[in-house]
Design a protein around this ligand. Structure first.
Ligand SMILES: NC(=O)c1ccc[n+]([C@@H]2O[C@H](COP(=O)([O-])OP(=O)(O)OC[C@H]3O[C@@H](n4cnc5c(N)ncnc54)[C@H](OP(=O)(O)O)[C@@H]3O)[C@@H](O)[C@H]2O)c1
Length: 329
């Protein structure tokens, strides 16, 4: 089969189309004939040597795919209510940039009827991450306020839409006025250009000094102290990336006085059973929002697999709004 492989860590040009053996589904797994593969920032980190492949996972990059079930563990398929020929999208621990991909049955979801495979391939990585961090760890409730850092990232466009659809007030940050407008078009109640405004002052202004209940952070570093300042009583800060550095110094007194929670997680190395539980929650709570159109995939650009390097170059430029996808057929 054709696959995009990482030919030595480095610049986007190390991504190249190569011939690889077709993977074989084992117990509890299925084989997908892939028609589209989502591109995510963790793929860029893997390409540069900053995100090791978990033990047992494919060295081919790519954490999400959509396509048709070609074969698989018959019992597991039946238990999941799936059959050969069904269209699915899947979260995988690697191997997504390829014409065929193996996925645990529990990490597959049916493609919502209203979506094509390109749109479906853009869903799993950000939807699993946002559900797990904003709603499970962050416990965001209807009526509460969420601050999304990086509102136009793949993660951000997902978080804004699901949080709004579930009755939260959403404040998003982004690095330009155009990106702030995009956040608002997706449903954010407020958008802050963090390059021209101090987000701590802006959040205080928007919330009348109360602060926000949950923050989804992909920056960390110097942001943590400022985010602690932004949290309301019993607020929760959920860190999913450290683009701004791993070290932080913050006012621990505020953590006590406001009873704050600082937490975080990384999805890829978690066990299949954990990811399958997220899949069940998504199917119950979020898939109906996709079916109804209340939540929509946001695709910035679709690339041929031969253009994987261009997709990574665009992602590193931060010029995109939403997701980038590779289309195989
Ligand atoms: N923990 C997990 O399980 C997990 C899973 C998936 C992804 N992630 C992480 O989540 C992040 C987003 O992933 P993605 O695939 O959605 O990436 P992406 O689309 O490439 O987005 C990265 C975003 O970071 C924003 N950004 C950079 N510096 C910022 C700052 N100082 N303040 C606010 N925003 C800033 C950029 O927007 P501006 O142009 O507006 O700065 C850009 O939109 C990545 O760091 C990724 O590694 C974590």
């Amino acid at each position: 089969m054709q696959a995009v492989e990482i030919n030595g860590f480095g610049a986007p040009e190390v991504l190249r189309l190569a011939e690889r053996p077709r993977p074989v589904a084992g117990a509890g797994e299925l084989l997908i004939r892939v028609s589209a593969s989502g591109v995510n920032r963790p793929d860029v980190l893997q390409r540069t040597g900053n995100y090791p492949v978990p033990p047992g996972a494919s060295d081919i990059p790519g954490l999400e795919v959509a396509g048709v079930i070609e074969s698989g563990d018959a019992d597991a398929l039946a238990q999941a209510g799936l059959k050969i020929g069904d269209r699915v999208c899947a979260l995988v621990a690697g191997g997504g940039y390829a014409e065929w991909c193996v996925a645990p049955v529990g990490q597959c979801l049916p493609v919502p009827k209203v979506l094509d495979d390109v749109a479906a391939a853009s869903l799993p990585e950000t939807f699993f991450t946002v559900w797990s961090n904003v709603f499970d760890r962050g416990r965001l409730q209807a009526g509460e306020t969420l601050l999304v850092q990086g509102g136009t990232s793949g993660i951000g466009v997902t978080a804004i839409q699901i949080a709004k659809a579930r009755g939260a007030t959403v404040i998003a940050t982004a690095g330009s006025d155009e990106k702030c407008a995009a956040c608002k078009a997706l449903g954010a109640d407020h958008a802050i250009n963090y390059r021209s405004q101090d987000f701590v002052a802006a959040v205080a202004d928007i919330t009348g000094g109360r602060g926000v209940d949950v923050i989804l952070d992909m920056v960390a570093g110097g942001y943590v102290a400022r985010e602690v300042d932004c949290l309301a009583e019993d607020g929760r800060l959920v860190i999913i990336a450290v683009q701004g550095g791993v070290k932080a110094e913050f006012n621990a007194g505020l953590v006590l006085r406001r009873r704050l929670t600082i937490t975080g997680s990384t999805l890829r190395p978690r066990p299949v059973a954990f990811k399958a539980a997220i899949a069940r929650s998504l199917k119950e709570h979020v898939w109906p929002l996709l079916e109804s159109g209340a939540v929509k995939p946001v695709i910035h650009q679709v690339f041929a697999p031969t253009q994987a390097a261009e997709a990574h170059t665009l992602m590193e430029s931060n010029r995109h709004v939403g997701k980038l996808v590779l289309k195989w057929s």
